[in-house]
Write a protein that binds this ligand. Structure first.
Ligand code: AMP
Length: 556
């Protein structure tokens, strides 16, 4: 492990991604097969492969107890070291010396042996499981040749190497190390869900043999919001597939050998919550589908609230199944048999989908249209029709788009009316950029929590030039002293009297430590200035928590 740890050190110290990737590639080429598989996984920041559902289940306390049995340092020293490094691995590493009771027989710790020892820890179950997990850790620590190895072992255990390498860079390094096409590497990872296996296949030039791994969810492709309007410039010059946006629960279905499993947007297995859908899918050929689970009566999608009774149910009885009839509206095909289709253009995937499955009461192929030339009036007309059918709006997807797992980009757009908005108050402002350099156009806004105002986001768009101009005058006249800045303010923020109330629309709420509220809004847009509302009546942190909870529920 010392070589692994030294490689990590060198990568952490390297300036620039290119150099980091080069160093990692160089290290990977020096490894034997088993170490290559394990080390590559560790570089993605995890003890196990992405597809592997096992976890180590050891907390900080266990790590420390095991470490102290090996190295015997006192708590005060550890706290001081932790304050210095801000990282448990580095802190323990700085205190680790020779083990206080040397052991005669230890494994030489290499990535592959560490992988095996991690396996023992993850497999520990039953009454003494946590003791056994701790003993496993102790054994690993004793086998660390040098403190630096312990540092990186702990970093892997806690799930963060902190060497500035994202998964994408690890994949680039594999490509570079073994002279393999990056696209084939990415595809291989999608297929098998294990960066270690992909590295090995790249080394032996067998990437084409990696097969679709059923039962391991693939990241969901996401859409960017697009505003309902009079022109759709973002859609110019391309061919699009337009379909309804269904208001339900996104689900990826894996069918193999007559058995179906369903995964939620958070990649949890939710098969048991939707037994009738799993049963209907079981008759399909081996395939991976993407779609939306909705409540449906006589072919008509029901409002989302009808689904609520079925959300996150562990057990579902017949009454519940009969009470809320569900359908799975399928809009994508990610794999068919042994073929991974995510690199095929969407139109082709839709064709194959139509050849694979026929609509019935429970499985519904999402109808779609192909649009060669985008005319705003036509898009808006389709939007209204989708709404009249009880759906949320439209999805507009590029006909030639691949399925880009986990990505939100310019391939898929969603067009819906803002359903959730928050009323917030502006607490600070900043000068804009470019055309807006002379106006205070960047607004930081807050929600209320009792008597406090807590920042939750910044908005840059949605107001007219005239509105921004007159607000700028008002802000300049109502500045507050700099010492009234919020704790997390940027230096360029000017605090202002909390008086201007805005209604902001947004895409999703996310937990974030960027702002004092502990939340951040994605894609916030100002819908209007609410002159009619006093700042005392703006939305509360509790309301934000509610919206967040509901979103988590939907994502399963
Ligand atoms: P939103 O929940 O507003 O971020 O919108 C994105 C979500 O729309 C996706 O995660 C899906 O759950 C859902 N959705 C509904 N209909 C479709 C569709 N036809 N294609 C893709 N996603 C859809």
């Amino acid at each position: 492990m010392i070589r692994f740890a030294s490689a990590c050190q060198a990568i952490a110290a390297a300036a620039g991604t290119n150099e980091k990737v080069r160093l990692l590639a160089e290290y990977l080429t020096t490894l034997g097969d088993a170490d290559l598989v394990a080390a590559t996984r560790f570089f993605t920041g995890n003890p196990f492969a992405a597809r592997d559902r096992r976890t180590l289940s050891v907390g900080v306390k266990s790590i420390l107890r095991a470490a102290r049995r090996v190295w015997d340092f006192d708590e005060a020293k550890l706290s001081a070291a932790y304050r210095t490094f801000g990282d448990l691995g580095a802190a323990v590493g700085s205190l680790a010396g020779a083990p206080r009771t040397p052991t005669l027989f230890v494994d030489r710790l290499a990535p592959a042996t560490l992988d095996a020892l991690f396996g023992d820890i993850a497999d520990a179950a039953g009454k003494n499981a946590s003791k056994r997990r701790e003993a496993g850790l102790e054994r690993i620590f004793r086998a660390c040749e040098e403190p630096l190895a312990a540092t990186y072992v702990i970093k892997i255990v806690t799930g963060d190497l902190r060497i500035g390498l994202r998964e994408g860079f690890v994949l680039d390094a594999i490509a570079r190390a073994f002279d393999a096409p990056p696209a084939a590497i990415r595809r291989g990872l999608m297929a098998c869900g294990d960066a270690g296996e992909v590295a090995l296949a790249a080394k032996h030039a067998t990437l084409d043999d990696l097969r679709v791994l059923y039962g391991t969810p693939i990241g969901f492709m996401l859409a960017s919001p697009i505003a309902y309007g009079e022109s759709y410039e973002a859609l110019g010059g391309e061919t699009w597939i337009v379909e309804d946006k269904y208001d339900g629960i996104r689900a990826q279905a894996h069918v193999t050998g007559g058995e179906a499993r369903l995964f939620s947007r958070r990649l949890n297995d939710v098969t048991r919550s939707y037994p009738e859908i799993a049963a209907a899918l079981a008759r399909s050929p081996n395939a991976i589908y993407d779609g939306e689970i909705v409540a449906m009566v006589d072919g008509r999608v029901q409002p989302f609230r009808r689904l609520q009774a079925r959300l996150q149910r562990k057990t579902v009885d017949d009454d519940l199944v009969a009470g809320v009839p569900l359908a799975y509206v399928i809009f994508d095909l990610l794999a068919l048999g042994e073929d991974l289709l995510i690199d095929e253009p969407l139109v082709r995937r839709r064709e194959r989908l139509a050849q694979t499955i026929q609509s019935n009461a429970t499985l519904v192929l999402a109808p779609f249209d192909r649009i060669e030339v985008v005319v705003a009036a036509d898009v808006n007309g389709r939007f209204e029709t989708a709404r009249a059918r009880g759906n949320e709006g439209l999805m507009i997807k590029r006909a030639d788009s691949p399925y880009a797992p986990g990505r939100r980009g310019k391939w898929w757009y969603k067009l819906k009316r803002e359903l959730t908005t928050l009323d917030v108050v502006v607490i600070a402002v900043e000068w804009g950029h470019g055309r807006r350099a002379k106006v205070l156009s960047d607004l930081t806004f807050a929600v209320r929590d009792g008597g406090r105002l807590l920042a939750i986001g910044k908005a840059y768009s949605g107001l007219t030039d005239a509105e921004i101009e007159s607000l700028t005058q008002w802000f300049l006249a109502h500045r507050l002293p700099a010492d009234q800045r919020r704790p997390k303010a940027r230096a360029s923020e000017i605090p202002v009297e909390p008086s201007i109330v805005l209604e902001v629309a947004f895409d999703v709420v996310a937990e974030s430590d960027l702002h004092e509220s502990g939340f951040a809004l994605r894609f916030p847009r100002i819908v209007r200035i609410r002159d009619d509302k006093p700042p005392e009546e703006i939305d509360t942190l509790e309301r934000v928590r509610e919206i967040y909870r509901e979103m988590l529920e939907r994502e399963g």
